[in-house]
Design a binder for this molecule. Structure first.
Ligand code: ASP
Length: 365
């Protein structure tokens, strides 16, 4: 009887141990591994845009599409390398935008559009989400990389925004080289301004419009501009956010028109509490809608997610106002938003693992 009892107890204790071992091995082990992974790989990421507008596959040759995709990949990889080596979000944003500014494909730096007077006037801004410091330049004509000058305004001056000749004098003091204005000439953009002016003249004559009736001529769809402004937002390994935007503005602009891109809160915004945003589109609407700050404010004051805030501001508010364009954004946890109400937007993302995603047209996701 004693033997039977002992055997019974041994069997019970073996079953008990087995069950225990199973539960120890399952869930906790996975949890430990997951948290280890997080420690080794803090969330960081980068998002870029190369402008939004009437970008349709049927209007784009395969070779041009390939060229855009390659340049977007080159640019985002530069910023991603900065971030993965422990560099700051500000550095990643600046270096990434430099690649896009140096390419004739985009309406920034080398590929800037022409004004009505057939000159190039460039705008740019940058913001540091950690300190809420910001720098911007508008209407500069001799600076190869306006985003670098915006950064210098932020770091080396007591101001936020400098304009035109003054900005260029400041640049010289800071050791920037001036480029000849002919540097910004590209055949493609020159053809665009000529075409826009021809169209404008024809419409004025046909409809007997007075000089005051210029509203339509600022419409990017009327003047055939496919936008092309560039922007970048990044989250670095230290949890700091930064945003930057650089542009030639809109084709056929006049009277020293300044768009949203150099306006902090309209075209660019970053705040470590919420997110970093860069906008592209019809600037007048982005200024009036204070688009970039609006998204951040919804997150900060109402606890709305980045995705919902971006959707609300672009698809509801901006669209109702009659504005067109889009935004890219990244939040403090590495969540991303790319929202636009145009046919397409050149865009790319890269996460901490180095996974790349490039898209151009509306249906690409
Ligand atoms: N937002 C820019 C501007 O209005 C243009 C663009 O994004 O393409 O100057």
């Amino acid at each position: 009887m004693n033997k039977i009892l002992t055997l019974f107890l041994v069997i019970i204790s073996i079953i008990g141990c087995k069950n225990n071992n199973q539960s120890v091995e399952k869930t906790p082990k996975l949890d430990v591994e997951a948290s280890k992974k997080d420690k080794n790989m803090p969330a960081f990421g980068i998002v870029i845009h190369g402008g939004a507008g009437t970008i349709r596959r049927k209007n784009m040759s395969d070779s041009l599409e390939k060229a855009y995709r390659l340049k977007l990949e080159e640019a985002i990889s530069v910023g991603h390398t900065v971030l993965s080596n422990g560099g700051t979000a500000l550095e990643a944003v600046t270096k990434t935008i430099n690649v896009l500014e140096d390419s004739p494909l985009f309406n920034a730096g080398k590929g800037a559009v022409f004004t009505h007077d057939e000159t190039n006037e460039l705008d740019a801004s940058i913001m540091d989400g950690a300190t809420l410091n910001a720098g911007a330049v508008a209407g500069v004509t001799k600076i190869k990389n306006p985003i670098n000058l915006a950064l210098s305004v932020m770091n080396d001056s007591p101001h936020v925004m400098l304009y035109g000749k003054g900005a260029e004098e400041f640049a010289k003091l800071q050791g920037f080289k001036w480029v000849d204005t002919s540097y910004f000439y590209t055949k493609r953009r020159f053809k665009s301004i000529k075409k826009a002016k021809r169209k404008e003249k024809k419409k004025r004559r046909k409809e007997k419009l007075t000089f005051q009736d210029f509203d339509n001529f600022q419409d990017p769809f009327f003047n055939d501009t496919k936008f092309g402004t560039v922007g970048c937002v990044a989250l670095d390994k230290n949890g700091n956010l930064a945003a930057g935007t650089s542009t030639g503005g809109m084709t056929n602009k006049r009277w020293n028109r300044i768009g949203d891109s150099p306006v902090i809160g309209a075209g660019t915004y970053a705040n470590n509490k919420t997110c970093a945003i860069s906008c592209t589109g019809w600037g007048e609407y982005f200024i009036r809608g204070v688009v970039a700050h609006d998204i951040s404010a919804m997150m900060e004051y109402k606890g709305v997610t980045l995705e919902d805030a971006a959707k609300e501001v672009i698809q509801n508010k901006l669209t109702k106002m009659g504005g067109t364009g889009g935004i890219i954004a990244i939040d403090k946890d590495g969540n991303i938003a790319m929202e636009f109400n145009t046919a397409g937007m050149y865009r790319a993302t890269m996460n901490a693992k180095g996974e790349l995603n490039i898209a151009i047209f509306g249906k690409d996701k």
